[in-house]
Write a new protein. Structure first.
Length: 127
């Protein structure tokens, strides 16, 4: 039987209605991460800074599962404005400078005033 555990870190925002991530023996599956600063509860004004904060939050959630950005094999990204795709891609490659994970990117509405959300699947002990 597949065993899993809920991951939590105070270094990324959390909501009481979901887990930040679930870890199994082989994978860490994150919930969507948005650009909220976990210390201040604020969202940056610029789109790039919001994306960057969401990636920081993703990195911290992955760390809670003993993974890094280098362990990510798949991402699912949501933007609210297709016109910001190039700006998003410029930031994305900073977080995945080598081989890129498989990725799906859609344009859709998000809850609240968020303009970006990312979730990831990472391989545990991938090194």
């Amino acid at each position: 039987m597949l065993q899993s555990r809920i991951l939590h870190t105070p270094d990324a925002p959390a909501l009481p209605v979901l887990s930040q991530a679930i870890a199994t023996e082989h994978f860490v599956l994150t919930s969507g991460q948005v650009g909220i600063d976990p210390d201040t509860g604020t969202v940056p004004e610029s789109f790039t800074d919001e994306v960057r904060q969401a990636f920081r939050n993703l990195r911290e959630v992955l760390r809670a599962g003993d993974c890094s950005m280098a362990d990510v094999v798949r991402t699912f990204c949501v933007l609210t404005d297709a016109a910001q795709l190039a700006e998003f891609n410029d930031e994305y490659v900073n977080w995945f400078p080598g081989d890129k994970p498989a990725r799906t990117t859609i344009v859709s509405g998000l809850v609240g005033s968020f303009r970006f959300e990312i979730e990831a699947t990472a391989l545990r002990n991938a090194a």
